[in-house]
Design a binder for this molecule. Structure first.
Ligand SMILES: [Zn+2]
Length: 267
């Protein structure tokens, strides 16, 4: 894409954020990103609808039977599959990962991250710590790809229930955190291209089932080269994120990936 301004592709994962959580909570940033981008509130995650299996599919581009991570306890992959972070770093790009749930540490090979920040605090204050750490790094150095994970939404869902007032408040705080990170990228002289999504939904005080409340996730792609005001009619699966990130960065997708780039979003 011809532009003098460098681009930073950033993937935001808001743990356990339901699509109707986005529509019911106060989310000026997500609302703007949808209006200025291509989005669906009907993307589908994988079974079991649990954090580590779903993030492994998000970052490794394959369904659960292919990667073999079926619970929140990491085990060696059924068959090796390079993650988006591995593929992007191998293409000579600069990568960073900011998060507050430790089990996500195995989403890339050692050495594929130029910067990694972890704080063991999956509260909304922890989300702010993650966002502030990302902001500081962005102001200090340039990145081609950032992965920012915010865990409080899921934690509050388990404590107070999905769609409860505290849960909607946690979504609203995540919305502000995303806004801060995007503004930092712009302040640093780069154009952000962002995907905002979750790993799964939830119902009652849990998730993990095949219920639509657990399986349906928001997926919002916004930035330079992306169609505006474009509600995607095409099905989006969580493992389409990985090849979409590669396409946005001009990186060759790994041949093992099952997902596809959501080109309906591209101008
Ligand atoms: Zn989760």
């Amino acid at each position: 894409m011809p532009s003098d301004i460098p681009r930073t592709v950033v993937l935001f994962s808001i743990d356990g954020m339901r699509p109707d959580g986005v529509t019911q909570a106060d989310t000026p940033t997500f609302d703007r990103l949808m209006k200025q981008g291509s989005w669906t509130l009907n993307a589908q995650t994988v079974m079991p609808s649990v954090t580590l299996p779903c993030h492994t599919s998000m970052l490794r581009g394959v369904d659960v039977p292919r990667h073999g991570i079926t619970s929140n306890t990491f085990q060696p992959l059924a068959r090796p599959v390079p993650s988006a972070i591995d593929a992007i770093h191998a293409a000579g790009k600069r990568t960073g990962f900011f998060y507050n749930w430790g089990e996500l540490r195995d989403l890339s090979e050692p050495g594929s991250l130029d910067i990694s920040y972890f704080v063991q605090d999956a509260t909304s204050e922890g989300d702010w710590k993650v966002a502030r750490a990302a902001e500081s790094s962005i102001m200090e150095q340039s990145f081609d790809f950032l992965f920012v994970y915010l865990g409080a939404t899921d934690e509050v869902g388990h404590l107070h229930g999905w769609m409860s007032e505290p849960y909607l408040e946690a979504i609203s705080i995540a919305d502000s955190c995303v806004d801060h990170v995007l503004k930092a990228i712009k302040s640093a002289g780069s154009d952000p291209v962002s995907i905002v999504q979750s790993d799964h939904g939830g119902h009652g005080r849990s998730h993990g089932t095949e219920m639509p409340e657990d399986m349906t996730i928001p997926w919002i792609l916004t930035g330079v080269g992306i169609r505006e005001n474009n509600e995607l009619a095409t099905p989006v699966r969580i493992y389409d994120t990985c090849p979409t990130l590669a396409a946005l960065l001009g990186v060759r997708p790994a041949k093992q990936w099952d997902g596809r780039a959501i080109e309906e979003a591209f101008i």
